[in-house]
Design a protein around this ligand. Sequence first.
Ligand code: ASP
Length: 309
Amino acid sequence: MTTGFALAIHGGAGVVPRAHMTAERESACRAALSRALRAGENVLVAGGAALDSVTAAVSALEDEPLFNAGRGAVFTRNATHEMDAAIMDGQSRRAGAVAGIAGLRSPVRLARVVMEQTDHVMMIGEGALALARDAGLAFEEDAYFFTQERWDSLQETLRMQADGTLDNDPSRRHGTVGAVARDRAGNLAAATSTGGMTAKRAGRVGDSPIIGAGTFADNATCAISATGDGEAFIRRVVAHEIHARIRHAGQSLADAAEHVVQVDLAAHDGSGGLIAIDCDGNMVMPFNCDGMYRGSVREGGAMQTAVYD
Ligand code: ASP
């Protein structure tokens, strides 16, 4: 238990399998995580709000080409980008989300605009993009979102689908970024942003922007950002299930999160993980796959980043 701030982030459960990971790549991923942690920590050090901290951290992760969100978003089967994002304020339970968005540099910032400048929770399509333009958010050309690695993953995935040899390699299939924070005032917030699954159908929406599935925050219990097979996370209503276990069954954050990730999800083809923080500042980051890009920092403590166990 702590009265100081705490912040956890993830760069997705779509990690490069350990056997294929190089020292250079792992250190590049950890450096990118550190930059995002620093962006979120700076807000909290200055006495800022958890909501601003998760916005800053996720926005920084969206600028990193190594993770599947914003600049590094994966391609749909039509070779386009469709990004989903959500943010939630644990103090008020206000929430904002966007789905199927293209061209926007930071989808999480648009989710926040939806939360703060409209009466709505989730927006899609032209209306969402018009809101982004009205809010003065940054747009980028297609070239900004092109990474050779994502392109190669799409080609490989399409070829394997055609051959009937598609496997479960998470590094080719998915990834996401997210952050959860508790500020000095005890307020919690969560944010998540993703390009979704490689070669997804146009129009497919995953768990990340679904409040209660991939993103959730309530000061009374916890804040959560998830990553993994989105359909399974939606079916298990993962983030809200953890909240409900704490609220109604009196479970600890660690017990609730562990059960949902290692039992509920694992039993239903739900490969992935999540980061979670509770109102006492306890943080957990369970995953049931090879690894999850992740990092955390507490007031007065050193930053930590990790990829595998
Ligand atoms: N959960 C994301 C989605 O289904 C992908 C991921 O986190 O790997 O869109």
